[in-house]
Design a protein around this ligand. Sequence first.
Ligand code: FRU
Length: 485
Amino acid sequence: MREWTREERYQVLESPEQIRELHEHISRSPWRQTYHVQPVTGLSSDPNGFAYHKGVWHLFYQWCPWGAVHGLKYWYHVTSPDLVTWKNEGIGLAPDTYYDNRGTHSGSAISDGEDLYFFYTGNHRDEDWTRTPYTCAAKLSADGRPEKLEKPLFGPRDDYSEHQRDPKIVWNDEKKRYYIFIGAQTLDKKGTSQIYSSETLLKGWTFEGQLHVVGYEDFGGMWECPYIVNISGKDLLIFSPQYTKLPGRSESTNHNVYFIGTMDYDTLTFTPDGPYRHLDYGFDFYAAQGAANVGDPDKGILISWIGLPDNHYSSAEEDWEGSMTLPRELHIRDGQLYQVPVAGVRDLRLEELPAEGRLPLAGEMEIGCDGNDLTLRLFTDADGKGGFLFFYDAARNVCTVSKKGLVNRFNEAVGEELEMPLRTPLKKLNIFIDHSSVEIFVNDGEETFTSHVYPTDQEHGYVIEGKADVRLWNYSASVKDDFVV
Ligand code: FRU
């Protein structure tokens, strides 16, 4: 893989012409997605600024224009009328001020009905590379681009480490105040979140204190990308703990977890109803963010980066990597989280295909099964060998997924085999395949498993052992891969 110098990674984009050829080069890749948001060039990572405002879904992603590398980060803007069809809008936020000179890092959005506001981390670094993270704001202007406030809302606190970022803005109707949750690390290197509040969006922010998640005072070394939402009367807290290994997650030190419980804004205490759970059991799922202004108290909408920090993917050889997941609907029923792809995704079905052992390049597979053992291999070669193995062990009620059989192996060091324990016996799988991703939804959203795959042109078969009713559809493209910068 290519080695990058700091100068190369942190180069400022002066003109779109600098990356036009890069776009032309990567758009010929067989792994470019067709119904998932992906980087226009270079690398995409966290979803940012996700909100519904005046009939439009706005979404941004952390973007490094230059290649498959984490360097100078921009917010790249995409919009959608329906969460399925996405349009490239160009750069949303560029690192062009003192406060964000080395990156416009992650953050969130909120609409007050009239205006759409953005909260992000200005990643400032001095000459000696000392980092100062600022919490900054912007507002969507008449020309459809976020316009920055001149000054940050607040700077970092010196009673925490330099890791203070990823503001999540939320309105609390009882307190009649806005709150910002910041992903943070204490001086003794424990993950947490800082909470600020204000009556108004663009001024008056005061530090309230540190979030306490009861029973999780020592859980990971940094909580990136916090997110909180109330669904059907329950609070759902999501974050990405890092610098720690968790049981059942092999060697990975990057995770995306959630708690269902109750948030008390007086005591800044989140009391979980049960232990943490993984938002997704796949190899590549991180920094998930829910949308603001969904407009339905019984529903959340969530999207995530298909990828992990400190990892790289086969498409890096082609100078790009990363993708967003499909947006998912979140529901909480009987104290349990359910995640299903937004309904409109099914409108992409072009035709039903014969279930004869060949996968579409982009499409959906639905499998009905009877709760007994099941072996499914996706992306096998023409002889039905190799592939991405999904095995359901009915006796243990656990699925084991292995990517060791793929020709293009990646991130072997963090583990190529993972388990997904189920809550109820396996009855149904909905599998969404795009050119370089696979998303598996189990039992109508009880659990999910998301991963990248980089099949060769020989690896488009599938094999099933066990009782299964299989249906297959191919999908039309809904994300235009055009060069808008
Ligand atoms: C998570 C993260 C965030 C940060 C951003 C920078 O992947 O590390 O904490 O804001 O990426 O791109």
